[in-house]
Structures are given as structure tokens and as C-alpha cells.
Design a protein around this ligand. Structure first.
Ligand code: AOF
Ligand code: ZN
Length: 362
């Protein structure tokens, strides 16, 4: 096995933490001695041991003189756990092969430097691109202090998200809908506008046993959310934040009794200031948000440059209808040149539906 093979295995380990570690990164580690894997681990859950320490905990023999492959630079700070650099030095590991650099200012470059100072051979940027792909969310969140936002919608081949009567169940097939359930469990928050709640009365949860549901965030400038909505009724079960621009004390109190968190955010033209909101959500530790509409909120988020990725499900059917809703509405641009620009990054099929993934170019 080569260095590449070992790092690939560390990457596979790291992926197992997906959905459970945020707002921390997904990290994997592998310890190799005399051509044998003697330890492996990954960051399993937020607040628990880091990948390096889990790999060390799995050792059944001395790691003296061994190589550790880590997908992210080992930390050197006292956070929820003591520094991983210390654990590596205690084990007398001789060589550390690092994939991604850690943009966290508490670590950034210092982890590798400490190891070198103690005579450890350190190789950085090894398969960096592959390792970086594990953590687009963490990198965005830690450097911009904003959540990584993924806008997702399902539409017909003629670009409609509902028929002219507003009916939207269902556009895509069962495979696509199952995939969306998986996606929901990957992000820390899920956000929709109030109109979506009024129209569809959604639950916005994950119905896969053993998987985590995201924090539900409802953008509701005028605090119109009905107390009888499924969202309010299930707020004790699934964390729910209702964001408003004007605080109506009585309604706020009623919502809070039901377990809803009400977050008042300064407004622009009577609407929630989305940039401020995103910063506030990041301060609450929310590193990622799946944005599920509607069209008005989608457009505002895109225009503010707050969306990093778009996932479009396209069903092989056509609704027609001039008034049938489309995924992105709002004011719209005047000229093609003013478009929100994106880059196609992935394409696959889910049953009969097509899935297009784009990175936003901001
Ligand atoms: C992880 N898991 O496997 C590694 C991390 O809050 P703490 O104490 O868990 O520290 C989190 C920071 O540690 C994180 O921002 C990153 O810079 C570094 N490395 N974090 O959660 C890991 N290796
Ligand atoms: Zn660490």
C-alpha cells in the first residue's frame, strides 16, 4: 500500500462523521507501522475526541516510529479536548502526513510547526484537494463566519415547483425524495420562508430512523406562523427558530410557550436583513443551512450572495400554466449578464429524475 492508499482510507473514515460533527470538521486518521495499519479513527460526534485521538485509542501496539495520516492538520489548542499534537508526540510517532490545512486561526499552521519543532517529519498538502472536499462547510463557516447555504428545489422539466393551483405533491419520484431526506440530515439547519409554511404546512424533518433532523428556521418577517402549523406543534421535538423583523410580544410569547425560539432581526424595507440573520445563525453555531424555498426567499438569498451551492431536481414532466410557481422568483434581473452565475459541479440520476449540482461563483 502507498501513501495515497492510506490517505484514501483516512478520507473514507472521515466521511463516516458526516452529519454528526458540525460545526466541526470531518476528519479521519490512520496509523501505519512497517507497512501495517495499526490504528484508525475518525471524528465521530461533535464535542467528542478528535480523529487522531480515536486512532491512537484503537492502537493495540506501540506507535513509536509510525506514520500517522490525517486528513486535516492536527490541532494544537485546548478546546473541548486537549491538543492532538500532544497525543502524537506522546506516542513518539515519527512522521505526520497531512491533507488539508486548518483555517481555524487557533490552529492554522501552528499544529504542523509544533510537530516539526519536536523533530517529527511533517508532510503537508498531501492529497489536499481530496481532503479539502471533505469540509467545504467547515472552511466556509470558519473563514467567513457565515453558514454554508445549499439551495435545493424540485421542479418539472418546464421549471415549475407547483401546478397553477399550487399543488406540489409530488414532483419528483420516491428515489429523489429519499435522497433529499439524506441531504437534510447532512446540514445543521433547514430554512424556508413563511409562505411555504402557509402553503404546504411542512414538517421539515428527517424521517430516516437513526438520522438527525436539522434545526428548522422559518423566515417570517411579520410573525404570521399559525400556532396550529405542524412546525409549531412539533417544536418541542425538533428545534425551531422563527425569525421575524417586527416583534409582536403576544405572538412571541405564545410561540415560546410551544418551544419555538423567536429571533428578532433588524429589517430592511420591512423584511428580515438576511446578511445580519446569517451572521446571527453562525454565532449560534449553525454552520450550514439547506434552503428549501420559496421563490422570494431563494431570490433574496441568491442576490445577497449568501448561497454557496444549488441542487436542482428535475422531474420528467411538464405542468405549464403561466401562474404556476418557479423555484426562484423575487424581482429578477434585467439582463442575462446580471444573472447569478454558477458552475455545474455534479450530475446524476435519482430514479427517473435528474439531479444537477452547481457551485455559486461569488
Ligand atoms: C474536530 N475533529 O478530528 C479535528 C479537529 O471544539 P474542539 O475542541 O473539538 O476543537 C475543534 C477544532 O479542532 C476544529 O475547529 C479544528 O480546527 C480542530 N481539529 N476538530 O472536531 C477533529 N482534527
Ligand atoms: Zn485535534
Amino acid at each position: 500500500m502507498t501513501d495515497q492508499d492510506y490517505m484514501k482510507r483516512a478520507i473514507e473514515m472521515a466521511k463516516k462523521g458526516g452529519g454528526w460533527v458540525h460545526p466541526n470538521p470531518q476528519v479521519g486518521a490512520l496509523i501505519v507501522k512497517d507497512g501495517r495499519i495499526i490504528g484508525e479513527g475518525y471524528h465521530v460526534k461533535y464535542g467528542q475526541l478528535h480523529a487522531e485521538r480515536n486512532a491512537i485509542a484503537s492502537l493495540r501496539e506501540s506507535a513509536e516510529g509510525a506514520t500517522i495520516y490525517v486528513t486535516l492538520e492536527p490541532c494544537c489548542h485546548y478546546g473541548k479536548t486537549p491538543p492532538c499534537t500532544e497525543a502524537i508526540l506522546e506516542q513518539r510517532i515519527a512522521r505526520v502526513v497531512i491533507g488539508s490545512r486548518d483555517p481555524n486561526p487557533k490552529v492554522s499552521g501552528k499544529g504542523a510547526a509544533i510537530l516539526r519543532e519536536h523533530g517529527v517529519r511533517v508532510e503537508e498538502d498531501f492529497m489536499r484537494e481530496e481532503c479539502d472536499q471533505l469540509n467545504p462547510v467547515f472552511f466556509h463557516y470558519i473563514t467567513k463566519k457565515l453558514p454554508y447555504v445549499v439551495m435545493k428545489y424540485a421542479m418539472t422539466a418546464d421549471g415549475k415547483i407547483a401546478t397553477k393551483t399550487g399543488a406540489s405533491k409530488w414532483i419528483t419520484g420516491p428515489e429523489a425524495r429519499a435522497e433529499v431526506q439524506q441531504i437534510r440530515s447532512r446540514y445543521m439547519g433547514i430554512m424556508v420562508g413563511i409562505r411555504t409554511v402557509l402553503q404546504d404546512d411542512p414538517m421539515l424533518n428527517v424521517r430516516i430512523p437513526g438520522e438527525k433532523s436539522p434545526i428548522r428556521i422559518i423566515c417570517d418577517s411579520g410573525l404570521r406562523i399559525p400556532l396550529e402549523s405542524q412546525i409549531c406543534q412539533s417544536a418541542r421535538q425538533y428545534r425551531t427558530i422563527v425569525v421575524c423583523a417586527e416583534e409582536r410580544q403576544e405572538k412571541k410569547a405564545q410561540l415560546e410557550v410551544m418551544g419555538v425560539e423567536v429571533l428578532a432581526v433588524p429589517s430592511v424595507d420591512g423584511k428580515v436583513d438576511l446578511v445580519r440573520l446569517m451572521h446571527l445563525l453562525a454565532e449560534k453555531g449553525i454552520d450550514s443551512i439547506l434552503l428549501e424555498g420559496g421563490g422570494t426567499l431563494n431570490y433574496s438569498m441568491l442576490r445577497e450572495g449568501l448561497v454557496q451551492k444549488v441542487i436542482a431536481y428535475v422531474a420528467p414532466k411538464i405542468f405549464g400554466g403561466e401562474t404556476a410557481r418557479t423555484p426562484v422568483a423575487g424581482a429578477g434581473v434585467q439582463l442575462p449578464d446580471e444573472a447569478v452565475k454558477m458552475k455545474l459541479s455534479e450530475i446524476h440520476k435519482a430514479g427517473e429524475d435528474l439531479v444537477l449540482e452547481y457551485e455559486c461563483c461569488i
